[in-house]
Ligand binder design. Structure first.
Ligand code: 5AD
Ligand code: SF4
Length: 442
């Protein structure tokens, strides 16, 4: 028997890339690869890249440059670039960095085994098409390897919204939903392998409209179908657009016990002028009214969001409107970024806000968000939550898991096992996590 070949995947960016990397590892498993966590002993290195941050392509080129020595020592080493930078740059990657053997866009991962075979013949392999097939259906996973208690499941990819700052509609393509039966089969398989919590992924997940038995299904209908799977205890989804929060999805937050009380609903800015220039097609007020309806359905829901500061033309008054909106909502988590240009997107061509102004605004916004996060986290002390334990903690007998609100919670309890879902009373709030005590039923 030949020794297995080793695959090193470095994943950047969002959860969708984490999910994709798992699927790529499984697909290449069929070619005799096992994963390694070191580039040094790999027979194939794959960079699963993200294009959402600034100078993403330049960072990939400099990372690739570092593999020069490795490839000189081991000429059989294959180097591949996957993900959104692969999609955006395409052939240019091989032109600029000839040590790259393979470039594969996010819609072509099911072709990876054939592409790998091509590289073994000494040829370059490039695929950045947007094929019609369901790549995940083709990327059949290896049978029944045990899994941890939580998993991601991609249900939808791409986006038709064309926010003026964003590359996703260009790198991930048009919005496509997977058929419901395939998602349900994959979910049942995950549950058979030990998964108790599934996070449904999509760039615009609440625009989901995959084929179901009686026509297209909404995300809420898909969630209700998943709710029927025995052994699946928790359902989450991310990322949503405010305009796609349908009535049935809002209602599900109040009615579906397996749907967790956490919602990531990016607003990006609190200024109507900036929202318009961002092509967001909602206003600050329509967002706030939406939040009110969601909270009416599920009063304890924890909200999170994304914000961009220093978008072209943003004035101090526009920025202040963002601060006001944050004050009004009260986020449990929020992610904020300085606007940075993405070549090819409309906002990249506009007059830019001064870098120092952006930094100063970001600092103020992050200060406010951090205070809010702390307040929400500290407010959990004394409350009862349910914790799904994911791994042992740093100390002996300690276990760490997540509450329904996605807070990390650790308990000292020698009896707790990975995969247990237990009632816990929160006793204190630390910088990044909560401490709790198991509640034993009499
Ligand atoms: N500049 C800064 N932040 C951006 N995001 C997307 N594109 C840009 C950009 N050009 C942020 C948005 C989005 C999150 C995933 O990344 O807030 O919701
Ligand atoms: Fe990008 Fe999200 Fe806007 Fe789509 S909705 S263009 S993914 S920011």
């Amino acid at each position: 028997m030949t020794a297995p070949k080793k695959l090193f995947i470095k994943t950047y960016g969002c959860q969708m890339n984490v999910y994709d990397s798992e699927r790529m590892a499984e697909a290449l498993g069929g070619q005799g690869y096992v994963e390694t966590d070191s580039a040094d002993d790999a027979d194939m290195i794959l960079l699963n890249t993200c294009h959402i941050r600034e100078k993403a392509a330049e960072k990939v080129y400099s990372e690739l440059g570092r593999f020069k020595g490795l490839k000189a020592d081991k000429p059989d080493l294959k180097i591949g670039v996957a993900g959104c930078v692969a999609q955006a740059e395409g052939e240019e990657i091989i032109r600029r960095q000839p040590l790259v053997d393979l470039v594969v866009g996010p819609q072509s991962y099911h072709r990876l085994p054939d592409m790998e075979a091509k590289t073994r013949k000494g040829e370059k392999a490039l695929d950045t098409d947007f094929p019609e097939e369901d790549k995940f259906e083709k990327l059949k996973s290896r049978p029944k390897a045990a899994r941890g208690p939580t998993a991601f499941l991609t249900v939808q990819e791409g986006c038709d919204k064309f926010c003026a700052f964003c590359v996703v509609p260009y790198t991930r393509g048009a919005e496509v939903s997977r058929p419901a039966d395939r998602i349900l089969t994959e979910a049942r398989d995950l549950v058979d392998r030990g998964v108790r919590e599934i996070t449904l992924l999509g760039q615009n997940v609440n625009a989901y409209h995959g084929a179901g038995p009686d026509g297209d299904m909404t995300l809420a209908q898909l969630i209700w179908a998943l709710d029927g799977i025995d052994g699946l205890e928790r359902i989450r989804f991310t990322t949503s657009h405010p305009n796609d929060m349908g009535d049935d999805l809002i209602a599900a937050h109040g009615e579906c016990a397996k749907l967790m009380p956490y919602l990531h609903l990016p607003v990006q800015s609190g200024s109507d002028h900036i929202l318009k220039r961002m092509n967001r097609s909602h206003t600050a007020d329509s967002y706030l009214r939406l939040i009110e309806r969601i909270r009416a359905a599920r009063p304890d829901i924890l909200l999170s969001g994304d914000f961009i500061v220093g978008f072209p033309e943003e004035t101090e008054a526009d920025f202040q409107a963002t601060m006001d909106l944050v004050e009004e909502v009260g986020y449990g988590y929020a992610y904020s970024f300085k606007y940075s240009t993405r070549p090819g997107t409309p906002a990249a061509e506009r007059a830019q806000v001064d870098e120092d102004v952006k930094s100063e605004r970001l600092q103020r916004l992050q200060g406010l968000i951090t205070r809010q996060q702390r307040q929400v986290q500290d407010g959990m002390v004394g409350k009862m939550v349910n914790v799904l334990f994911e791994k042992p903690g740093r100390f002996d007998g300690q276990m760490v898991g997540k509450s329904e609100y996605l807070h990390a919670v650790h308990v000292n309890d020698a009896g707790a096992q990975v995969g247990d879902l237990c009632p816990v009373r929160i006793v204190s709030s630390g910088s990044n996590s909560l401490a709790g005590e198991m509640v034993r039923r009499a």
